[in-house]
Design a protein around this ligand. Structure first.
Ligand SMILES: C[S@@+](CC[C@H](N)C(=O)[O-])C[C@H]1O[C@@H](n2cnc3c(N)ncnc32)[C@H](O)[C@@H]1O
Length: 241
């Protein structure tokens, strides 16, 4: 499992939030809100007359999201699945899905749900990585490539959905307004290890026979020593209903 970025790569979130063009009094939906990192900013942008609905299927995430927004009267946290959103039809003015479609069973069904709960004229922001583009600098380039291949084929369900995001949005009936590709850069090994699951997924890749144990361990040790670089492409799509 690839975890949410902490400090790295937050720039795309700011851009997505700005392009959503939230207005005071609107209803905003965050599908797969996770621990609620974006809910306070959504609440600030829609103001006290507005509503922010955060939906996630993971109760542990929702506890954290509730804790984070306990003083924000505009925010409602709802437990639910993105394939069957607990939201009234045509009730949402602004919606975002950030690094969730790569995990769901059927992205097309989730986008169809999103279409049904948004109002005509609504604006929607989507952001998903393309893990095929994960580049980890190492002298042993073969193992870096094997790690990326393993991530794409075994770790993430829809690992290359970033490149198909605009197409999926159009197929769901949205009009694509803007497509942006950004490349978060990791220069800190610990940060990358936490966010990209370097050690965790390497261990799995070794166990599954995709990477030789000794070579994998040498690769990982070399990453932790000296300067570090890793990056991948993340695609954001802004569309309207
Ligand atoms: C990588 S986190 C992103 C969290 C948040 N969007 C953010 O940007 O910080 C993915 C989240 O999607 C949620 N998720 C995955 N599949 C889901 C589904 N089918 N329905 C609802 N939430 C889902 C997970 O529980 C997790 O909280």
């Amino acid at each position: 499992m690839l975890r949410a970025a902490a400090g790295v790569g937050r720039g795309y979130k700011r851009e997505l939030m700005n392009l959503l063009d939230l207005q005071q009094g609107q209803t905003a939906l965050d599908v797969g809100c996770g621990p609620g990192a974006d809910l306070p900013e959504l609440a600030e942008r829609v103001g006290v007359r507005g509503t922010v609905i955060g939906v996630d299927r993971d109760p542990a995430m929702l506890i954290e999201a509730r804790r984070r927004t306990t003083d924000l009267s505009a925010v409602e946290i709802r437990e639910g699945d993105a394939h069957s959103l607990p939201v009234a039809p045509r009730s949402v003015d602004r919606a975002k899905i950030d690094r969730v479609l790569m995990h769901v069973v059927e992205p097309a069904d989730v986008l169809a749900q999103l279409h049904s709960v948004t109002r005509p004229g609504a604006r929607i922001g989507l952001a998903e990585p393309d893990w095929d583009t994960l580049a980890v600098d190492a002298e042993d380039l073969g193992t870096s490539r094997a790690f990326t291949r393993y991530t794409t084929s075994e770790v993430v369900r829809h690992a290359t959905i970033g490149r198909s995001l605009a197409r999926h949005a159009e197929q769901a009936g949205f009009t694509v307004e803007t497509v942006i590709a950004t490349a978060p850069v990791f220069l800190d090994f610990q940060d990358a290890d936490h966010t990209l699951g370097l050690g965790r997924n390497l261990q799995q890749a070794i166990q599954d026979g995709h990477i030789d144990e000794e070579r994998g361990r040498r690769w990982f040790t070399s990453l932790s020593e000296g300067s570090f670089f890793a990056s991948f492409v993340l695609v954001s799509v802004i569309c309207s209903r």
